[in-house]
Design a binder for this molecule. Structure first.
Ligand SMILES: Cc1cc2nc3c(=O)[nH]c(=O)nc-3n(C[C@H](O)[C@H](O)[C@H](O)COP(=O)(O)OP(=O)(O)OC[C@H]3O[C@@H](n4cnc5c(N)ncnc54)[C@H](O)[C@@H]3O)c2cc1C
Length: 377
C-alpha cells in the first residue's frame, strides 16, 4: 500500500480510533473518521487517564506501554490539550504485610524493568507531601504518567483538523452498520470507501455482522468511578493501593500470599484504589470490576464508600464532596493479548479489546495496526 493519496476510514472516535487517525494522517493518508454519537461517551472519556506502565506484563504488553508512553509525551508537547503529565505513581502500603510484598517486588528484575523503587514513609511524604495518612511505604514508579481523559481524544481530533485540514475529516453521528471489502456502510445507507479501514468500536464489538465472529475472544468489564470537587492540596503523583497488586499482571511473579484475602466488600466488587488529581484539583477515584453480564444499571454505594475510606486513610484528611459518579465499560481480550486486531474483510481491520490499558497503549496499538496492514514499514 502506498499511503501518498490513499484513503483511510476510521470507525470509532474513542482513544483507539483517534490514535489510528493520528498515525494514518502522519503516514500520509486522507482520513474520514466516523463516530456513532455526537461526541464519544465510551470508556475513553470515562477512565482515569492513567498512562500506567508500572502494571504491565513483561513482554509485548510492557513493550507497547513503553512505546505508547513515549508517544504520549511527544504528542503532549505538541498538543497541550491532551494534558500529558509525567507525574509518576505511588502504590501505597498501609500495613507491614503489604510493605513486605512491595519490598520483595522492589528487589526483582520486574521492578528494575519498570523503574520502580520502594520508598519508606518519610520518602513517600517527600515524594508526594499530600500523602499524609497511614502509610507503611510505597512503590514509586517514575515511568507512569497521566493524560486528561475527557479532553485527550478531542484535542487530538482538533489538532488533526487544524494541521491536516485537507486530509482529515471527522463525521459525528455516523453509526456504521456493516463492513465490506475496503469500506463500510452507515445506518443512513451511505457507503464509505477506504484503501485501509480501521473499525475501533470499543465495547460495541459484537454489533456489526462482520465483527460478531470475534466476540467469543472478548469480554466486557464494567467499572465504577467517582470524582470529587477540587482538593485543597496538590498531588505530585497518581496513587494506587496495595489491592492493585492483585489486578496488574506485572506482579504475577510476586508472592501475594502475605496480602491475605480482600475484605468482603472489596472482594465482591473486585475493588482497588486508584486516584488521580485533575488539573482543576478534583480527584478521580476508582475502581471496581464486574465481569458478568447483564451488568447492574445502578452505582453501588458500598463500593464508593470503601474507595473513599481508602483514599481518606492514605491522604489523612477528609475528601471534598463528590461531584460526579459514573460507570464505564471496556472490552478486553480473554487471552491477555494487548488487543484484538483482525482483518475482517479485505482491507478492513477490527481493533478492540485492550482492556484496562487502552488509554495507555492506544498510540502503540495504532502504530502496530499500520505495520500489520502494510501501511508503513
Ligand atoms: C472506568 C474506566 C477506567 C479506565 N482507566 C484506564 C486508565 O486509567 N488507563 C488505561 O490505560 N486504560 C483505562 N481504561 C481502559 C480504556 O479506557 C479503554 O481500553 C479504552 O478507552 C478503549 O478505547 P476504545 O477507543 O477502544 O473504546 P471507546 O472509548 O469505547 O470508543 C469506541 C467508540 O466507537 C464508537 N462506535 C462503536 N460502534 C460504532 C459504530 N458501529 N459506528 C460508529 N462508531 C461506533 C463509540 O460510540 C465510541 O465512541 C479504563 C476504562 C474504564 C471503563
Amino acid at each position: 500500500m502506498t499511503p501518498g493519496g490513499a484513503r483511510a476510514l476510521v470507525v470509532g472516535a474513542g482513544i483507539v480510533g483517534t490514535w489510528h487517525a493520528v498515525e494514518l494522517v502522519e503516514a500520509g493518508f486522507r482520513v474520514d473518521h466516523l463516530e456513532a454519537d455526537a461526541a464519544p461517551t465510551g470508556a475513553s472519556v470515562r477512565n482515569f487517564g492513567l498512562v500506567w506502565v508500572s502494571g504491565r506484563r513483561t513482554g509485548p504488553e510492557l513493550d507497547a506501554a513503553r512505546r505508547a508512553r513515549r508517544r504520549w509525551e511527544e504528542i503532549g508537547a505538541e498538543v497541550p490539550g491532551v494534558g500529558f503529565r509525567a507525574n509518576g505513581s505511588l502504590t501505597v502500603a498501609t500495613s507491614d504485610a503489604e510493605r513486605a510484598v512491595m519490598v520483595e517486588y522492589a528487589h526483582s528484575s520486574q521492578a528494575a524493568d519498570r523503574a520502580a523503587a520502594f520508598l519508606d514513609p518519610e520518602q513517600v511524604r517527600a515524594c508526594n507531601p499530600a500523602v499524609a495518612g497511614d502509610v507503611a511505604g510505597a512503590l514509586h514508579c517514575r515511568a507512569d504518567g497521566v493524560v486528561e481523559p475527557r479532553r485527550a481524544a478531542g484535542a487530538l481530533r482538533e489538532h488533526l483538523a487544524q494541521q491536516a485540514s485537507d486530509r482529515y475529516c471527522f463525521h459525528p453521528c455516523r453509526r456504521v452498520s456493516a463492513a465490506e471489502a475496503h469500506g463500510v456502510r452507515d445506518t443512513s445507507g451511505t457507503r464509505w470507501a477506504g484503501d485501509l479501514v480501521v473499525v475501533a468500536p470499543g465495547a460495541a464489538y459484537d454489533q456489526l455482522s462482520a465483527t460478531a465472529a470475534f466476540a467469543p475472544q472478548l469480554r466486557r468489564v464494567r467499572l465504577q468511578m467517582l470524582e470529587t470537587a477540587p482538593y485543597h492540596r496538590a498531588l505530585t503523583t497518581s496513587l494506587a493501593d496495595a489491592d492493585s497488586l492483585r489486578y496488574y499482571p506485572a506482579y504475577e511473579a510476586t508472592s501475594l500470599g502475605p496480602l491475605g484475602d480482600q475484605s468482603a466488600v472489596a472482594a465482591e466488587h473486585h475493588l482497588q484504589l486508584l486516584l488521580v488529581q485533575r488539573p482543576d484539583g478534583g480527584l478521580t477515584v476508582g475502581d471496581t470490576h464486574a465481569y458478568d453480564e447483564p451488568f447492574d444499571f445502578a452505582l453501588r454505594e458500598d463500593a464508593s464508600e470503601e474507595l473513599l475510606a481508602r483514599a481518606h486513610r492514605i491522604l489523612g484528611t477528609e475528601l471534598p464532596p463528590i461531584r460526579r459518579r459514573w460507570a464505564g465499560v471496556y472490552a478486553q481480550c480473554r487471552d491477555g493479548r494487548v488487543c484484538l486486531r483482525e482483518e475482517i474483510a479485505p482491507g478492513v481491520w477490527l481493533v478492540t479489546g485492550p482492556g484496562g490499558r487502552g488509554m495507555t497503549c492506544a498510540p502503540a496499538i495504532a502504530a502496530d495496526t499500520l505495520r500489520a496492514a502494510g501501511a508503513v514499514t
